[in-house]
Design a protein around this ligand. Structure first.
Ligand SMILES: [Cu+2]
Length: 117
C-alpha cells in the first residue's frame, strides 16, 4: 500500500515538473515592422512594446523591425502593435493616431522628415 502511494506521489511530481517546464517554454519569437528614425524612437518603441506578457522587445532602426519574445497566452501581436502605435509609431498592423504622431519630437518625424513648426 505504501509502495503504491509512493508511485502515485512520484508520478504526480513528474507530471508537475513536466507541465511547469512546458509552461516555461511557451514563449514565441515574432517580428513586427515598426516605423521610426532614431535612438529616441528605439527607446519609445521598446518601452511601449513591453506590455504584460512580453519578455523581450528589441527594435532595430536599420531594418525597421521589432523583434519580440512574448507569451502567446498573455498577449498577441495585435495588442503589442496597438500599444506601439499609441505612442506614435506606425506598425505593419496598426497606424499611429495623428495626435500621437504629432506628439513626437521633430527628430522622430518618420512620416514627413522634419516637421514644420
Ligand atoms: Cu526618434
Amino acid at each position: 500500500m505504501r509502495r503504491i502511494f509512493q508511485i502515485i506521489l512520484c508520478t504526480g511530481f513528474l507530471y508537475f515538473f513536466n507541465s511547469a517546464a512546458i509552461t516555461a517554454q511557451s514563449v514565441v519569437t515574432d517580428t513586427l515592422t515598426v516605423q521610426g528614425v532614431c535612438g529616441m524612437c528605439e527607446k519609445r518603441i521598446e518601452k511601449a512594446a513591453f506590455v504584460k506578457g512580453v519578455k523581450m522587445a528589441e527594435w532595430d532602426k536599420n531594418v525597421q523591425k521589432l523583434v519580440l519574445v512574448y507569451k502567446p497566452k498573455k498577449t498577441n501581436l495585435e495588442t503589442i502593435s496597438s500599444a506601439v502605435a499609441n505612442v506614435g509609431h506606425d506598425t505593419e498592423l496598426a497606424k499611429a493616431p495623428q495626435a500621437a504622431y504629432d506628439e513626437l519630437p521633430d527628430c522622430c518625424a518618420y512620416r514627413d522628415g522634419v516637421k514644420p513648426h
